[in-house]
Design a protein around this ligand. Structure first.
Ligand code: SF4
Ligand code: SF4
Length: 198
């Protein structure tokens, strides 16, 4: 490399830095009164109405049809509970036709596509204006839409209890139905034995 080329390169670098700094200063002066950034969290920027942020669920309307979780491309919606107005859960979240024990979204996986909103019959799940959802641990990124809080170990204990309770109630119901059937069969047989032969 000749001395001439060496100094030409230095000049070019200095020129490009000066141009870059000039653009920065122009923006700094021109936009000082109209800044493109805000001092979050003290200030909040305008959120457009179509913004797809943190989910919101109108629990009382949910009919537990699983359509939102079925359409989710990354399968990050988890729903558990019972169907029917007089579902067995105590302390669960009762909608018109469902009692939910679990309704969570895993934000380590969700891509905020909004597809889950589309098939919902009562239109009770939607992506709201919220965007601030952070945690220091991946396990805390599962949001409980029933309480609008992080899904905790306590929530998990409740879901495990609800599962067992449902199984117990289902097996009790089956037993009751089987007993009734057996009783009806016995009554029919007794009626047959009591009637005089033709
Ligand atoms: S926004 Fe998309 S990825 Fe997130 S839960 Fe809904 S369907 Fe799934
Ligand atoms: S699609 Fe709507 S009604 Fe059905 S489970 Fe999801 S939120 Fe509930």
């Amino acid at each position: 490399m000749t001395a001439g080329n060496y100094f030409t390169d230095i000049f070019k670098v200095a020129k490009s830095i000066a141009i870059g700094m000039g653009i920065t200063m122009r923006y700094f002066i021109q936009h000082k009164k109209n800044l493109a950034t805000v001092q979050y969290p003290r200030e909040r920027d305008f959120i457009p109405p179509r913004h797809r942020g943190i989910h919101y669920l109108e629990t009382e309307k949910c009919v537990m049809c699983w359509k939102c979780s079925e359409i989710c491309p990354v399968e990050c919606i988890y729903i558990e509970g019972t169907r029917g107005a007089d579902g067995p859960l105590q302390g669960g979240y009762r909608g018109q036709k469902a009692t939910l024990s679990k309704f969570t979204v895993d934000y380590t996986v969700c891509i905020f596509c909004g597809l889950c909103e589309e098939p919902c019959p009562p239109k009770c799940i939607y992506l709201g204006p919220g965007f601030d959802y952070h945690a220091t641990d991946r396990t805390l990124m599962e949001k409980n839409l029933l309480t609008d809080e992080v899904y905790t170990e306590e929530d998990e204990k409740f879901v495990l209890w609800a599962r067992e309770e449902n199984e117990r109630l289902i097996s009790e119901k089956k037993q009751r139905e089987a007993d009734e059937k057996a009783k009806a069969a016995l009554a029919k047989a007794a009626q047959g034995a009591a009637s005089p032969p033709k």
